[in-house]
Design a protein around this ligand. Sequence first.
Ligand code: BES
Ligand code: ZN
Length: 457
Amino acid sequence: MNKKALTITLATGLVLSPMSFSVDAAKPAPNEQSDHAFDNKVIKKISSENMYNNIALLSKQPRAGGTEGEYKAVQYIKSEFERYGYKTELQPFTIQEWDGGDSSISLNEQVFPGDVHTFEGSINDHVTGSLFYVGLGSKDEVGDEVAGKIALIERGTYSFYEKIQNVYDKGAIGVIMFNGEGRSGNSFGYTYEGQDIPAVAITREAGLQLVEQLNNEDVKGTVSVENAGTIDKTSYNVIGKKEPHPNKDNGQIVSIGAHHDSVPNGPGANDDASGVAATLELARIMAKTPTDTELRFVTFGAEEKGLVGSYHYADSLTDDEIESTVAHFQMDMVGSRDAGELIMFTPDGNKNLVTDLGASAGARISGAVDYGELGRSDHVPFFLKGIPAALFIHAPLEPWYHSPDDTIDKISKEKLQNVAEIVGAAVYQIARPDTPALENARVAPNPADYVFDDRPL
Ligand code: BES
Ligand code: ZN
């Protein structure tokens, strides 16, 4: 390591002032050993056991935004922040959820016995007409004969949008789509703005049987969709705030976050109970550690529904708060035993203050951490507000991503420990009272060399 480096030039172009590692002159000058000592105040206290236990608790059930499972997680996270001594805020926001209502089909006046699923976005209507099979529903397959009829379509090859648009343009009055080759169930399908015909889905088996029946006879069908539409649900962000030391307040804010919601069909142990557990652990430790910077620990709701919680949080910031927020660290999927190495993603693929701090902490703790380009998580709304932000994640991803198998048994305590140490050390580097952030900072033992990496996900 280069012990002579006296300044650190950040990717932001800011040059931080000469290093001086301690307010206490009796402490040793920087050297290889004290590099680690620089971080010990924080990283020695990190307990992977605590994080693991929190993941076990949070991943007992799915936590999709707006559900009871999310609400339980929210209450738990809030109570943990409070136990550590933080003031907390629950930030509610509305999300819209699709409800398929009641859909049914009848064929030649007999109620279709199979399960009928409403396409997301379908209008409510009740239509009756001859059934007409149009294959995969491509432009070439759909002719004028479908006008005034109910189109029977096979799923596959073309998008839902194209298929429905093609039959709609030719005057079809409704759609029954059956599942594609190799696919089970009937839970699929979207219609889009302006595609004003009722559309429903049935299984492949039921669909093929209908095709067979149509080869032998005319079938008169009814498609009915009732009570379908969007309903409002409430999701939450949970915020724990740590005020800076009153005599040392430099007016800056650093936020550390993760999303607490999961996909509906999985327990989300790694995605992202792991990030929540790491956020809680850093909050626990920092509660007793004086800083010159305000720290905000935030867990976001409804990330999986389109980063809804983090957009809401970023939009709730005043101009002053945006100006003062110098860094956002996002941890998402940070504990899988089956995923690759740690990487820091920014939405534009450029380095920033957060990646500089992360790379520097990584180099001190366990070795180089590279950076790459990716959105897809809650760092995006911060980035769009001009706040330096990065996503800490392991890549390539584990095969259990977004599946019911994203469970606690696949969580690695070593991975959790490593990420929490790196992010904790990076946050402490900028927030410690003897290193006012940015221009006044006396920072890293050494600027780190780190490179762009476009490894696959
Ligand atoms: N943890 C993932 C983000 C992710 C996935 C990062 C794969 C890197 C690789 C996150 O929870 C997620 O699934 N996000 C959504 C994006 C969102 C806008 C709905 C996604 O990527 O589908
Ligand atoms: Zn995630």
